[in-house]
Ligand binder design. Structure first.
Ligand code: KG4
Ligand code: ZN
Length: 349
């Protein structure tokens, strides 16, 4: 096998292998500087965790160990790429489940060492934030980002790559977490977001109404845990817990979360004067949210960008792309590695 020296890397077109193992998806992709995304693949552990109603960290780590190398081989093949053509390796270094992160970090670092190329630990939420850059057209800086995932709900002013100002965030449950918990208490299984969205399509609007938390107060922080309790008490108060009632409650919950996100996003746009809104993270895959955001964009005469749904939820492409951006900008890391289960995005500035 041809070995690349570190010094060759800067003169070659960059081709980055991206590895994502922060939670319950093993995902791998290859991003090329001139050709864009060459290949991406993903193995979801949903079936593994479904019977527990949520992610079991130890099972997640073990499954990443099983799936990661075969997926890397598969993606190299799909991208028609030999290992010596890879010029850098990016892996998710946090935030996430520590054991799961360590699988990706150890594998990514080892491959980079064997291939004599640099490796870089990527912030998972920065990956989500930059995922819309994989699309055409891509947003241009500056923009307001609404990051809505299973672990985070944040409004961020993005001036440039690595220049992030947190404007507001959830003070308790993230939006995705609320979807997951509400789905569980309605007996809809895991993951909750897609399940709620599916059932809500049969729901009748107006039968139930839940509050839009923290929208009456100034500020850009959010809170979804009270909403979950409202759903629980409403559901338990029903003498007939039939499919229609379940659908009506699911719809009312979905409407409350989406309205709240829209009110806060609109407020953040007004405060910052920004004209571009970017949505990313798993909840961004929600079709009703996307429709409502497009309506808002038309009303406010702003532009809204979101990645295709498979790049809203966890994926390898966003990690390969973010790794490319950071390596291109000259970021370097020592051979030793560390993962950060909790990691503020502002610390990247
Ligand atoms: O970004 P992501 O894949 O993982 C994290 O970084 O957390 O987000 C996962 C979250 C889950 O809570 C899931 O229920 C939610 O995104 N989600 C959705 C939809 N698809 C996934 N929420 C609402 N509607 C959806 N269609
Ligand atoms: Zn994520």
């Amino acid at each position: 096998m041809t070995k690349i020296k570190f010094c060759d890397v800067v003169t070659m077109t960059m081709r980055i292998l991206g590895i994502e193992t922060s939670c319950d998806e093993t995902a791998v992709a290859i991003y090329d500087e001139t050709q864009g995304l060459l290949a991406h693949t993903l193995y979801s552990q949903i079936a593994l965790h479904a019977k527990y109603g949520g992610v079991v960290p130890e099972l997640a780590s073990r499954d990443h160990v099983r799936k990661l190398l075969p997926l890397i081989k598969e993606v190299l093949h799909a991208a028609n790429t030999q290992p010596h053509e890879i010029t850098g390796v990016a892996y998710t270094a946090g935030p996430g489940l520590v054991g799961a992160l360590l699988v990706g970090a150890a594998t990514g670092r080892s491959l980079a060492w064997a291939w004599r190329v640099p490796a870089i630990g990527v912030h998972h939420m920065e990956g989500h934030l930059l995922a819309p850059m994989l699309e055409n057209p891509a947003p241009t800086f500056p923009f307001l980002a609404l990051l809505v995932s299973g672990g985070h709900t944040q409004l961020i002013e993005v001036q440039a790559i690595g220049r992030y100002r947190l404007l507001g965030e959830s003070i308790d449950d993230a939006a995705g977490e609320a979807f997951d918990k509400v789905a569980k208490l309605l007996g809809l299984g895991y993951p909750g977001g897609p399940a709620i969205a599916r059932v809500a399509q049969q729901g009748k609007s107006g039968r139930f109404t839940f509050s839009r938390p923290m929208t009456q107060r100034p500020g850009l922080d959010l809170s979804f845990s009270g909403l979950k309790t409202q759903v629980l008490t409403t559901w338990q108060a029903q003498t007939i817990q039939d499919e229609q009632t379940r659908a009506d409650i699911a719809l009312a919950f979905e409407e409350a979360v989406i309205d709240t996100l829209l009110i806060k996003a609109q407020r953040a746009l007004q405060q910052t004067g920004l004209k571009t809104l970017v949505i990313a993270g798993g909840v961004g895959a929600n079709q009703w949210l996307r429709t409502r955001l497009q309506q808002l964009a038309n009303e406010l005469n702003i532009q809204v960008f979101y990645p295709r749904p498979i790049f809203c939820t966890d994926n390898g492409a966003m990690i390969a792309y973010t790794g490319y951006v950071r390596l291109k900008a000259g970021f370097q890391e020592p051979l030793s590695f560390n993962v950060q289960p909790r990691w503020s995005m502002e610390s990247l500035n």
